[in-house]
Design a protein around this ligand. Structure first.
Ligand SMILES: Cc1cc2nc3c(=O)[nH]c(=O)nc-3n(C[C@H](O)[C@H](O)[C@H](O)COP(=O)(O)OP(=O)(O)OC[C@H]3O[C@@H](n4cnc5c(N)ncnc54)[C@H](O)[C@@H]3O)c2cc1C
Length: 424
């Protein structure tokens, strides 16, 4: 096996936001750092975040920020305390990248280009003196007597090289959007060293629905709706905002944010329903009288025309087919039960959730390196000395809004500031 380079003080595995931040911080502290990235370029995923605009972080108050991490909140408290969203914004501003805040406290680069974030970050890392080696996939971490010794890489699946190192930061990301390089390698690397991996699932992922109701409305996007998830008939969680019908089911911001509970329930073989309230500002009673009065006032008009007052155009034929109502029927002929069907469609449009999309379409990965085996103050492994973790490879994930990138940057910052050179 070829021996590459001399001994490194720090080896960072993975050139995403977490790895780049860890590497840059360690190098800024004067340590000798090498970053090994599997792809030909670092930060492929960062470059497509936020639909190409990169939602860097969020200005939510500390407690609200932490709450988005659910079970990972306690673990994240220290890292966010050391390197907060305000610190991240200052950091990028100091690199010449201006930022601006949008609805919901979401922070984006002023240029609206994720590629500018990548350029600023990678430029800073190189300037700090980090040696970035691309097309190097780490296949094994070598440890002896409870301490890391180095890593073994392969290139295009063949050549093997050994890099000696005193500290190793695993920042390989999760398993979602594998084409960007995040294929879950970190789990196997850590497992081989005795770490437990909390089972991984696609997170922030579109959902599949039963039947052809959703596919018939493919492309229809709804705003200001409320959607709830019912597991075995019991309401679990709800959200308000935008969603979208697709050829397989449903997607869009509120569906992604609800997906975590759905994936968990489906993996336990429980029955899951999505119930959409198209008119959350109108009560059942108010809607009942509005439907009745409109049908009588404009009664000679065809129902398919009158429905435009209540439903988006693309939804009308789907409602009529589902309710078995003749589209040519005059509004005044609509029976009480047909009026009720319209009201229920508006207030409680119900769909059976049959599945969720794969890691290929998931924004993040739920699960990962078990948090109790990592020291949140340093990101160091509690099992192997000199081994650190940063970013999505950890069992930490949050909703949309810039929280996941902040987690990657904050944990990367802590790891990069915790690694130490051994004397002698
Ligand atoms: C489409 C999309 C949009 C998103 N938008 C946002 C957003 O706007 N805001 C937000 O907060 N979050 C967003 N996210 C989530 C966010 O991108 C991730 O949480 C974040 O990138 C995780 O950073 P990371 O450094 O831990 O891992 P990654 O960004 O996944 O980087 C891991 C790196 O490690 C490399 N690697 C993997 N295995 C090896 C190996 N064996 N050897 C060497 N290198 C390896 C990979 O090639 C990759 O470059 C989005 C995700 C997706 C998929």
């Amino acid at each position: 096996m070829a021996q590459a380079d001399s001994r490194q003080e720090v080896i960072v595995v993975g050139g995403g936001p977490a790895g780049l931040m860890a590497a840059g911080q360690a190098a800024t502290r004067g340590l000798q750092v090498i970053l090994l990235e599997k792809k030909h370029l670092p930060a492929r995923k960062l470059g497509i975040t936020g639909k190409g605009r990169c939602n860097l972080t969020n200005t939510a108050a500390n407690d609200d920020f932490l709450r988005t991490f659910g079970h990972g909140a306690k673990f994240m408290r220290f890292a966010l305390g050391r390197f907060s969203s305000r610190d991240l914004v200052s950091f990028f501003n100091s690199l010449g990248l201006e930022t601006e805040e949008e609805r919901g406290g979401r922070v984006f680069p002023r240029t609206q280009q994720a590629s500018d974030v990548v350029r600023a970050l990678v430029g800073w890392v190189k300037e700090a003196g980090v040696k970035i080696k691309t097309a190097k996939a780490v296949r094994q971490i070598v440890a002896e007597k409870g301490r890391v010794r180095g890593v073994v890489t392969d290139k295009h699946g063949t050549t093997e090289e050994f890099f000696r190192g005193e500290n190793i930061v695993i920042a390989t990301g999760g398993a979602s959007y594998p084409a960007t390089g995040s294929t879950g390698d970190g789990y196997a690397l850590a497992r081989a060293l005795g770490h437990e991996i909390v089972p991984v699932y696609p997170g922030l992922v579109p959902l599949e629905t039963k039947g052809d109701t959703a596919p018939m409305m493919q492309g229809l996007s709804l705003r200001n709706v409320r959607a709830g998830i019912y597991v075995q008939g019991k309401k679990q969680v709800e959200d308000f905002g935008e969603m979208l019908f697709t050829h397989f089911g449903v997607s869009g911001p509120i569906v992604l944010s609800l997906s975590k509970d759905v994936v968990r329930a489906l993996s336990r073989n429980l029955e899951v329903k999505l119930v959409i309230d198209l008119k959350p500002a109108v009560s059942h009673t108010a809607l009942k009288s509005r439907i009745s009065s409109r049908m009588h006032a404009r009664g000679r008009k065809k129902i398919s025309n009158l429905l435009k007052e209540f439903l988006p155009i693309k939804m009308i034929p789907v409602f009529l087919k589902n309710s078995d109502i003749d589209p040519d029927k005059p509004g005044s002929d609509l029976s009480a039960s047909e009026q009720k069907a319209l009201r229920m469609w508006c207030k409680e449009l119900c769909m059976d959730i049959t599945g969720y999309r794969s890691f290929n379409e998931a924004i993040i990965t739920s699960g990962g390196i078990k948090l109790s085996e990592v020291d949140p103050r340093t990101m160091q492994s509690r099992k192997v000395q000199g081994l650190y973790f940063a970013g999505e490879v950890l069992d930490v994930d949050a909703g949309t809004g810039g929280f996941n990138l902040q987690a990657a940057f904050s944990t990367g910052w802590v790891a990069g500031n915790s690694v130490t050179a051994r004397q002698g």
